[in-house]
Write a protein that binds this ligand. Structure first.
Ligand code: NAP
Length: 266
């Protein structure tokens, strides 16, 4: 299969690493014209060049409304329309509750929730003009179960899942489908990324950390194997492609069964 997104134009935020990068590769391989956004200019440009198929990189910090708007405008200016928006950018935002300050909350809201809301807001006009579209928001199993993330991250991801359902209801009449994905325990650099910092490790350093992470994640899910970024990219492909045409307001959990496990209170 290599044409499930033929003729489609996709914008993927946080496309410079992990789930976003793997989704960009898969979407392009399935025939889509893809724009990836993120803060890491060198990485983003190198990845866009490596993917080829006309893939473009646009520098954007999703905590900034202007950058979000400009990314959508850039996509439409380059490719003439926007069919698919994957609001994927994110990272750790929290701190223990007794250390949390207004700055953690402001940054967390901007990175994880405002980015999704404003991305949706700016995608609506080009999608309406195009007769419809598909918005996918990367949430988390942290939105569904305790002890999958710190309280701030979990609460904001719960907001992402809820916003996806609510905006799906509002936009259904315009043939715009809105869904979320809730990944769990996916081996990506998010596990060693710090709040607000771009991943500046070398490829070798990332690979070393990844090998260690893969082992521990496999031991934490009923399937007893590691979840990879491609597992989430495949879920995004299903939602974005014609196979997902009757699916909206849905939260697609991809977690190797992790949310069905019982966790003892710590
Ligand atoms: P990752 O490999 O660390 O990728 C995070 C991406 O987000 C990077 O491309 C990064 O790009 C981008 N990003 C971070 N802050 C940004 C900002 N202010 N502006 C623009 N881009 C920003 O992590 P990942 O696991 O693929 O995470 C992708 C999404 O999946 C996140 O929303 C995360 O919460 C969600 N998720 C992941 C897991 C998991 O187990 N991995 C589980 C549940 C949910 P730059 O550094 O270039 O800006």
């Amino acid at each position: 299969m290599a044409d499930r997104l033929a003729g489609k134009v996709a914008l993927i935020t946080g496309g410079t690493s992990g789930i976003g990068a793997e989704t960009a590769k898969l979407f392009a391989a399935e025939g889509a014209k893809v724009v990836i956004s993120g803060r890491s200019k060198e990485k983003g440009q190198a990845l866009a060049d490596a993917i080829g198929q006309g893939t473009l990189y646009v520098e954007a910090d999703v905590t900034q409304e202007d950058d979000i708007r400009k990314s959508v405008e850039f996509t439409v200016a380059e490719f003439g329309k926007l069919d698919i928006l994957f609001n994927n950018a994110g990272g750790p935002v929290g701190a223990p509750i007794d250390e949390i300050g207004q700055e953690h909350i402001d940054y967390g809201v901007r990175l994880l929730l405002s980015s999704v809301i404003l991305g949706t807001r700016y995608a609506i006009e080009p999608m309406k003009a195009n007769g419809g579209g598909c918005i996918i928001n990367n949430s988390s199993i942290a939105a569904l179960r305790h002890r999958q993330g710190d309280p701030l991250y979990s609460s904001l991801k719960a907001g992402v899942t809820h916003f996806s359902k609510m905006s799906g209801i509002e936009l259904g009449g315009h043939n715009i489908r809105v869904n979320s994905i809730s990944p769990g325990a996916i081996a990506t650099p998010i596990f060693w990324g710090g709040s607000g910092r771009a991943n500046t490790l070398s490829d070798e350093e990332n690979e070393r950390k990844m090998a260690k992470l893969e082992k521990s994640l496999a031991a934490s899910v009923p399937l007893e194997k590691t979840g990879y970024a491609l597992d989430i990219a495949e879920a995004a492909l299903y939602l974005a492609s014609d196979a997902g045409r009757f699916v909206t307001c849905h939260d697609l959990v991809v977690d190797g069964g992790r949310t069905s496990m019982f966790f003892e209170p710590s």
